[in-house]
Design a protein around this ligand. Structure first.
Ligand code: DQA
Length: 143
């Protein structure tokens, strides 16, 4: 399967950014582990702090990839453009958040992208990415 993880703003700082909320593992290290766990699959990673670049990556991958795992980070709560991009493409998108957004400040309780995603995982740490990947891979073998 061809799958991509797309991370939004500030997630390039994972490992050093608020470790009490996001943990102390860098995404680079975690991604290398993920790749090793799913050797038969084509797994890519993209991160950007720029809204338009996230929209472009969703458009670019959204007609040929089998699944997109998206942590839009702060844009989750603000970006109509990202929400529209998810609605515009054919590839199913799973929304992932490392922290439980409902346990945090009220402005994080609203995701404007969820309605266009097939599902959402929030609060399970980096394991959320692994669970989303597992879901796509199971769909392939059972669907
Ligand atoms: C986040 C939650 C967002 O509210 C926040 O802006 C992030 C990360 C998470 O993974 O828990 O940057 O998406």
């Amino acid at each position: 399967m061809k799958l991509i993880i797309i991370n939004g703003p500030n997630l390039n700082l994972l490992g050093t950014r608020e470790p009490e909320v996001y943990g102390d593992t860098s995404f680079k290290v975690f991604f290398a582990r993920l790749r090793n766990s799913f050797p038969g699959h084509d797994l890519e990673y993209f991160q950007s702090n720029i809204e338009g670049e996230l929209v472009e990556k969703i458009q670019e991958t959204g007609f040929s990839y089998d699944g997109i795992i998206l942590n839009a980070a702060a844009y989750t709560h603000t970006s109509v453009a990202i929400s529209d991009a998810i609605a515009a493409v054919k590839t199913p998108v799973i929304e992932v958040h490392i922290s439980n957004i409902y346990k945090r400040e009220e402005f994080r309780h609203k995701s404007i992208i969820s309605a266009n995603c097939i599902g959402m995982i929030s609060g399970l740490g980096l394991e959320g990415y692994l669970l989303a990947l597992t879901y796509f891979i199971h769909q392939e073998s059972h669907g």
